[in-house]
Design a protein around this ligand. Structure first.
Ligand code: SF4
Length: 298
């Protein structure tokens, strides 16, 4: 197939746009969408220190590459990476993430569940079973990355979230009947480093291709606990439906944004946890998890 813009060989067909694109026009399209997201959401300001939460997988590696290129001439922006070793055997070798950051000339801050919490995700699963592995892992990882970012003066935490991730999140909130979360407007919370998601409007397979074209040594492993997440079911349903209705993921992300923009509900009652010092609601979920795992707060 030929590119619809220049007649070179196409590397991808975008079902939602009806376009075949060659490598050059595909890369330009991805970068234009990411820049548009950054502009629209005002996600980059002079003086920012942006840290990419880097797992070494395709999304975060592609994002680190993109932001490295975007900020190469910007002396007013600092870029770094943060990688966390959750302790999941055969998945996410932190050395891989560090190598990717080094190859782009970006400094990488590292931490591990073992050092910070005294336990790995594998050990939590051995103690508590794997049914809740993702909620334990996700809460502890978010809390740890936020603390590292805050302690190093990071002003924006960049996440490799793509269109598929966001559409899945919207649908998951619908399926859970979680209207509060659907209506929750993002706002600044003391102690919480603001998050940015430049790949918000780019489908997962396009981020994967962009990563493949630009970054060597990406981790392709799949988390052994991923099958437990509601997200895995929603992802399968959504992918199947999108084959027949190609713009569905964009529709979900847009409706999610429209609902959040109504600002019908805000997150009240945010406080600082007396035990771990992180922002939290009525109870600190991280400390609650550690109490469940150890029998007392670590
Ligand atoms: Fe953690 Fe679940 Fe992601 Fe695995 S799939 S890394 S357990 S959140």
């Amino acid at each position: 197939m030929q590119c619809d813009r220049c007649r070179r060989r196409a590397v991808i067909f975008q079902r939602y746009s009806g376009l075949h694109l060659c490598e050059q026009h595909f890369v330009a399209d991805v970068e234009a969408k990411a820049k548009h997201a950054i502009r629209t959401h005002r996600w980059m300001r002079s003086g920012d220190h942006i840290a990419v939460a880097l797992s070494g997988g395709k999304d975060s590696s592609a994002l680190l590459y993109f932001l490295t290129m975007l900020t190469a001439q910007r002396r007013d922006i600092t870029l770094s990476a943060i990688t966390v070793d959750e302790g999941i055997t055969g998945y996410r070798d932190p050395k891989q993430a560090i190598r990717i950051a080094e190859s782009l000339g970006i400094g990488c801050l590292t931490a591990s569940f073992r050092d910070e919490y005294g336990i790995t995700v594998d050990e939590i699963v051995a103690k508590k079973g794997d049914a809740c592995s993702c909620s334990y892992c996700g809460v502890l990882r978010r809390s740890l990355i936020n603390r590292i970012a805050r302690e190093h003066g990071v002003t924006k935490l960049a996440l490799g979230f793509n269109l598929d991730d966001e559409a899945q999140s919207v649908l998951m909130n619908v399926l859970r009947g979680d209207a509060d979360r659907l209506l929750r407007r993002q706002r600044e919370i003391d102690g919480m480093v603001p998050r940015i998601r430049p790949f918000l409007y780019i489908p997962e397979r396009e981020v994967a291709l962009y990563a493949q074209l630009h970054v060597a040594g990406i981790g392709l492993g799949r988390c052994p606990y991923a099958h437990n997440a509601l997200r895995a079911d929603v992802r399968a349903v959504l992918n199947d439906y999108t084959l027949r209705h190609p713009s569905t993921k964009y529709a979900l992300v847009n409706i999610g944004k429209r609902l959040a923009d109504t600002g019908g509900a805000v997150q009240d009652g945010i406080r600082t946890c007396e035990t771990c010092g992180e922002p939290c609601g009525v109870t600190c979920r991280s400390c609650q998890i550690l109490r469940e795992v150890f029998g007392s707060a670590a």
